[in-house]
Design a protein around this ligand. Structure first.
Ligand SMILES: O=C(O)CCC(=O)C(=O)O
Ligand SMILES: [Fe+2]
Length: 406
């Protein structure tokens, strides 16, 4: 089928090539890998916009804004329903080994009847980043879509577009998925503006540092193979993502409850504790406020590593790290046993044999530069959010506000 053309009216659908830029894909990948929770189905992870607000990272909504706008405009144009649609849901969704979905339409539950259209943006690529995961339409053309970063598929949510996704066999398949509704009572924007207004009030109430993320309940980050044995076997997905990238975590507080054998201490509290990063036999000097804080910086470094390496980093390497002592190592191992209870499973689910050659070489000097660059990035987005929110509240809608004086 030709790009942008509606082809067969019995199966209203559109494929857009390179609709999302490489840089936009990378930024959304950074957000997902530092903020996602376990999803609604086995081996699926998701990041919703309301979750970003709830975990004190509302500024991370901003990178979605221009993409949502362009998608809605394009969809309305292609399907001839200008000014009729509301975004019902926006989310980053990743599927890992074992995830798949059989033939279905996207409005196939009583509580999904408000869905009129779907837009799926592929943020990474079949073959490069994951294996399996091909998208199929049951009838009409095209039948099969090979997900490629930047491409978008849009289709009606009804039974004219029955589709399926093959099982993922390796890697992590990432999409930005939106559903649209004609029913204004399902407008996601109005709900988000309301949540943002509340969180804004909250953060002005003498919060020490509103830039720092706050983890949700630990169960939202716990991956267990059977969904029954919570906290028995499985792993914390934040811990697992850092493990996959070669990091360990150390708790500078000398608390006995960090022993894997001591179950009297509340599990969820440990994620909120101050943490330090370790790598090999080295301990990074900086203390992070909680697991999400470390993870955002680590993922930011992964995103920006190549740039941070080529730019001249003037800072001294010494004083950044110390050698781990024997007892510190032991504490790290205890932590790991608790949070990566099933290390093998974590590596199978979140690790990949795809694209291993693209892993950048690690340097503490450039990591240290990434800490500062992450703070700058966060501060800029915060500023933009604070400026945008009054306009969003007035219009009860989320849109790009041009700050050029107009
Ligand atoms: O990710 C895709 O390609 C489609 C996913 C899907 O069908 C769904 O979430 O309903
Ligand atoms: Fe679907």
């Amino acid at each position: 089928m030709e790009e942008n053309s509606m082809g067969d009216s019995r199966h209203p659908r559109v494929i857009l090539k390179n609709f999302v830029s490489v840089e936009e894909c990378k930024e959304l990948e950074f957000i997902h890998k530092s903020c996602c929770t376990v999803g609604y189905r086995p081996n699926v992870f998701s990041t919703t916009l309301s979750h970003l607000i709830a975990t004190r990272s509302p500024h991370l909504i901003l990178p979605f804004v221009p993409i949502r706008e362009r998608l809605k405009e394009k969809l309305e144009e292609c399907f001839g329903c200008e000014y009729e649609l509301f975004i019902e849901f926006t989310g980053l969704i990743s599927w890992t080994r074992g995830a798949s979905i059989g033939w279905h339409s996207d409005d196939n539950r009583p509580y999904l009847k408000q869905r009129d259209f779907a837009a799926v943006c592929y943020l990474n690529s079949y073959g490069n980043d994951f294996k399996g995961g091909l998208f199929h339409f049951q009838d009409g053309d095209p039948t099969t879509i090979e997900p490629l970063a930047g491409d978008v598929v849009m289709y009606t949510a009804d039974c004219r577009n029955i589709h399926s996704v093959d099982e993922i066999t390796d890697g992590e398949r990432l999409t930005l998925t939106l559903w649209f509704s004609r029913d204004c009572s399902h407008d996601e924007d109005a709900k988000l503006v309301c949540l943002l207004s509340q969180s804004q009030l909250h953060s002005s109430n003498n919060e020490p540092d509103p830039y720092l993320p706050l983890p949700a309940s630990s169960s939202m980050y716990w991956f267990s193979p059977d969904h029954i044995s919570q906290h028995q076997s499985g792993f914390d997905i934040c811990w697992a993502r850092m493990h996959i990238l070669g990091y360990d975590l150390f708790s500078p507080q000398d608390k006995s409850c960090f022993s894997a054998l001591d179950s009297s201490c509340d599990f969820s509290e440990r994620l909120m504790e101050q943490l330090q990063l370790a790598r090999g036999d080295e301990l990074f000097d900086l203390e992070f406020v909680n697991i999400l804080h470390v993870l955002q910086v680590v993922q930011f470094y992964s995103w920006k590593a190549s740039k941070l390496q080529t730019s001249k980093v003037e800072r001294e390497t010494e004083n950044l790290v110390v050698k781990l002592s024997e007892s510190q190592r032991e504490k790290i191992n205890n932590l790991r046993t608790t949070f990566l209870n099933d290390q093998q499973l974590a590596e199978t689910v979140l690790g990949t044999s795809c694209g291993e050659s693209r892993q950048h070489s690690f340097q503490w000097v450039s990591f240290s530069a990434a800490v500062g660059a992450w703070e700058d990035y966060t501060r800029e987005l915060r500023k933009e959010l604070v400026l945008s929110l009054p306009y969003w509240r007035t219009h009860q809608a989320i849109f790009s506000v041009p700050f050029d004086g107009s």
